[in-house]
Design a protein around this ligand. Structure first.
Ligand code: GDP
Length: 175
């Protein structure tokens, strides 16, 4: 089955985003305590695809050992010949992406799989801030022009149709 991976800094709303896309309240756990055991969760969607919940990054208090474990897990996931069909990286629309975010973007760029940025928490900014916020994300992550940045609110539902349309497009391209 095709795999759709979701990555993002801790607390960016990754679980909320997955739940919103799946129309579920408690599928992925919201508000996980930082520093919990790192693992990758797979959710099977109607026997059509997997949603892959990659472990969050950027926790403030994480030992070098944990950090290394995260890196190894990601290495293994991205290197496996599993069908990673498409990736989504979730960022907070209010903030300039961090160095960890840039690293994650480069990870996706290196794999060559199609990916998009989900700019979450749209409900927390004013309309007048939207263009500037999107531009900051684009420049900070050094995004190629063909990588979409989708304004999104896991809380209110904005951007959901656009994300689902992208996913369907890429699932259907699979042989
Ligand atoms: P994760 O650690 O990335 O999985 O983040 P969670 O899904 O647990 O969300 C972290 C916090 O951000 C929770 O308190 C959510 O309710 C909140 N949150 C997530 N998405 C949104 C959003 O679109 N808007 C607002 N206002 N809050 C959100």
């Amino acid at each position: 089955l095709p795999q759709i991976a979701f990555a993002g800094k801790s607390n960016v709303g990754k679980s909320s985003t997955i739940n919103r896309l799946l129309n579920r309240k408690n599928f992925a756990r919201v508000g996980n305590a930082p520093g919990k055991t790192i693992h990758i969760n797979f959710f099977e969607i109607d026997k059509k695809a997997y949603f892959v919940d990659l472990p969050g990054y950027g926790y403030a208090k994480v030992s070098k050992k944990e950090r290394d474990r995260w890196g190894k897990l990601m290495d293994e996931y991205f290197a496996s010949d599993d069908t990673l069909t498409m990736g989504f990286q979730i960022v907070d629309i209010r903030h300039k992406p961090t160095a960890d975010d840039v690293t994650m973007t480069n990870w996706f760029l290196q794999t060559g799989v199609p990916f998009a940025i989900i700019a979450n928490k749209l409900d927390k900014i004013k309309k007048s801030q939207l263009e500037g916020s999107l531009q900051t994300i684009r420049t900070t992550l050094h995004l190629p022009e063909n990588v979409p940045v989708i304004p999104f609110s896991a809380e209110k539902g904005n951007g959901k149709d656009e994300v689902l349309a992208l996913i369907l497009e890429h699932i259907h391209e699979e042989k």
